[in-house]
Design a protein around this ligand. Sequence first.
Ligand code: PEP
Ligand code: MN
Length: 339
Amino acid sequence: MIIAMRSDAAEDQIEHVCDRIREFGYTPHVIRGEERVVIGAIGRGDNKDHLQTLRSAPGVAEVIRILQPYKLVSRELKPQKSIIRAGDLEIGGDEFVVMAGPCSVETRDQLMETAHAVKRAGARVLRGGAYKPRTSPYDFQGLEEEGLKLLAEARQQTGLKIVTEVVTAEDVDLVAEYADILQVGARNMQNFALLKRLGNARRPVLLKRGMSSTVKELLLSAEYIASHGNDQIILCERGIRTFETATRNTLDLAAVPLLREMSHLPIVVDPSHGTGRRSLVCPASKAALVIGADGLILEVHPRPEEAWSDGPQSLTLSGFDEIMGELRRYAHLEARRIA
Ligand code: PEP
Ligand code: MN
């Protein structure tokens, strides 16, 4: 249920409604919009009819049932787009934000060379996996904390924000010490213990769509994080598995405007994993911008043929620079700022 307050509702009236929601066994989530405050009553309380009685509470304009199973992340609850902040960086605002870097953090030289190059070309966030969820147990699993330290060093040298993957609930605190944004990988989109734990992380979460997940399942995973206390979530379309094998995944670009209709959360696209082929990353990146994404996450490596993971889809440093040039032309048409 949503309790929409009148635009002139006083703070004590808002507090009173929250108290009643708690009495009925629900959790109140207060959302302060530009015009009015709306309060979501979330959870399995005693009786939905009790919430209807709030219609007559002072300061209340309307009590509305949320029809979708995802509530806190839905547009029904919050019609305006959300802006997610990582320090001074805004994701979901006017700026089209590009995150770029290697699939895996490999060595100091590899990471610093990439970080400086993507910064120069206009990236705002450095990506790089320190914990790698690999399909084969014999593949490189990541440098772990050593990799996190290198990412922090790269942030210090370049001023870029850091996004990196957290694979287990136990690692959330450690990764959050080093990262500005915590990435949940496709293989972990329905790791509910991890999602719940991220609910009390004090960092934004980049939530990737599972490779066999529907848009509704993605939003329900976001709802797990939000309902456990963290509404700083960025959705990521990274391609899904279909009958097509010519590309590594099938990049579902229509999911971007669809998610936009369903949710207020920002949406970024990952054309690297979405296509699996370097030559397709540029056209898919342009399409993502034009179809309305808030940003991109791209894999870049100084020598892709030597990459320890995902070389075939990694851009070279000059390839990344070229893509940024192309994106600037389209950003202008879409009235988006780009660095
Ligand atoms: C990655 O970003 O390197 C990664 C493992 O992505 P995904 O979880 O989308 O496969
Ligand atoms: Mn990768």
